[in-house]
Design a protein. Structure first.
Length: 87
């Protein structure tokens, strides 16, 4: 998603090109840092489109965490209730 934004709206992210000059790698790094809500601040969105995409990526990261936690807890509770009903 970030690569598409950079192709359509160049200069949407500040400090995107690192020493190696690999933009795709820098965008992947930015996406993971945003999904994990770490946010080091070394690459950040400048344009409104990039800012909205960053918000969306952060929300996806949060929903992913909530969904995985709900699945694990749900399986634990159902396993626990099955064990109690067998006794």
């Amino acid at each position: 998603m970030c690569l598409t934004i950079v192709i359509i709206y160049p200069n949407s992210f500040h400090r995107l090109i690192d020493e190696s000059g690999n933009m795709a790698e820098a965008l992947m790094y930015y996406s993971y840092i945003t999904l994990m809500t770490i946010g080091y601040g070394d690459i950040y969105p400048i344009s409104p489109v990039a800012q909205k995409a960053s918000i969306f990526i952060g929300l996806i990261g949060q929903f992913y965490l909530v969904i995985i936690t709900a699945i694990v807890v749900g399986k634990y509770i159902s396993q626990s209730s099955e064990n109690k009903s067998l006794e």
